[in-house]
Design a protein around this ligand. Structure first.
Ligand code: ATP
Length: 316
């Protein structure tokens, strides 16, 4: 169990993380989301005591730094890859294993697990970004820890690698581990995460099950096709009584929010209204994320300004 309480950090007087509190429960994958610069990496460093700031974070009641053999408790993959410049991948892991009294045989196990057995004798400096990520993941898994903290582990992985990572993290959580993972791949997160922590500009925006997060979106709606669209719209409007909306989105099409599809169907049936289509459209995680973080995105792109006219053109 991870318990983060009131984590905070400022750089040069500017808050990077403010008052963040959340739990990561065993047996779950908890996704950590936020726009660029939201404070995800800073939060993860604070959780591990790698950065100085305010607040506390405990792993089964103790801070990371209080564990004598921390790799057996918490496996971490942060963005920076501190690999030794001359050691081979295998020796890099062997060195970590020795310092945590982990048997050497576990090194070969994790190299196999992350798909690097064939390049174990090569130096990480020759590795691609994805191979480096796999080696970082091998290091995180070395001590068979019950908690994993992974910052953008899918970064640089090919589609097969992303699929493999998703299945691995879900399996590790199913074995009872706590997995806290950040990613910008929202479709992946939707398939992988049970819970979400969503931050923007260093502050908590949402925390809870993935379904609750997407349920909040205004993109959730019911679509109805009926030749009696006007009549049904009036009935739905009366039933909604101001909570929700009904819009004519075509000659014979209505888009409804605030009523479930079965309620719309019953209303049509009770009033002998012919319905040709009735369907529920659920917001994707990406839609809900963009909607909820819209105002909390620090860096937003603007369309390029129109090319200035030359003086000659302007004079014409
Ligand atoms: N070492 C540092 N010195 C000064 N400012 C920093 C430092 N590290 C982070 N920041 C600032 O803190 C804020 C949060 O950065 P952080 O890297 O934690 O965000 P992030 O959510 O991980 O971003 P991304 O999704 O782009 O990786 C940003 O405004 C960043 O510029």
């Amino acid at each position: 169990m991870i318990e983060a309480r009131d984590l905070a950090k400022s750089y040069a007087g500017k808050a990077a993380v403010s008052g963040l509190s959340f739990d990561v429960r065993p047996g779950t994958v908890t996704g950590f989301l936020g726009p660029n610069g939201a404070g995800k990496s800073t939060t993860m460093r604070l959780m591990l005591g790698l950065d100085t700031g305010a607040g506390t974070c405990t792993f089964d009641g103790k801070p990371f730094t209080a564990y004598a053999e921390p790799m057996r408790e918490v496996g971490a993959l942060l963005e920076a890859k501190p690999f030794h410049p001359t050691r081979t991948a295998r020796n890099h892991l062997l060195m970590l294993a020795t310092s945590n009294r982990i048997p050497a045989q576990r090194v070969d196990e994790v190299l196999g697990l992350v798909g690097l057995a064939d390049v174990a004798g090569k130096k990480p400096s020759t590795f691609s970004l994805g191979m480096g990520q796999r080696l970082g993941l091998a290091a995180a898994l070395l001590g068979n820890p019950h908690t994993l903290i992974l910052d953008e582990p899918a970064n640089g992985l090919d589609p097969q690698g992303i699929h493999w990572l998703r299945e691995l993290l879900k399996a590790l959580a199913n074995e009872g581990r706590s997995v806290f993972v950040s990613s910008h791949l929202l479709s992946e997160m939707a398939l992988m995460a049970d819970e979400l922590v969503v931050i923007g500009k260093g502050r908590m925006i949402a925390n809870g099950p993935v379904e609750d997060f997407t349920k909040l979106s205004v993109r959730n709606h019911v679509l109805v096709r009926t030749p009696q669209a006007g009549e049904l719209a009036s009935l739905i409007g009366a039933k909604l009584a101001g909570v929700g909306s009904v819009q004519r989105t075509g000659d014979s099409e209505l888009t409804v929010t605030g009523l479930e599809a079965n309620a719309v169907g019953d209303l049509a049936f009770d009033n002998r209204i012919r319905v040709h289509e009735l369907s529920t459209h659920n917001a994707t995680l990406e839609e809900a994320f963009l909607e909820i973080t819209g105002n909390a995105a620090e860096y937003t792109a603007h369309a390029p300004a129109a090319a200035p006219t030359t003086p000659q053109e302007g004079a014409r």
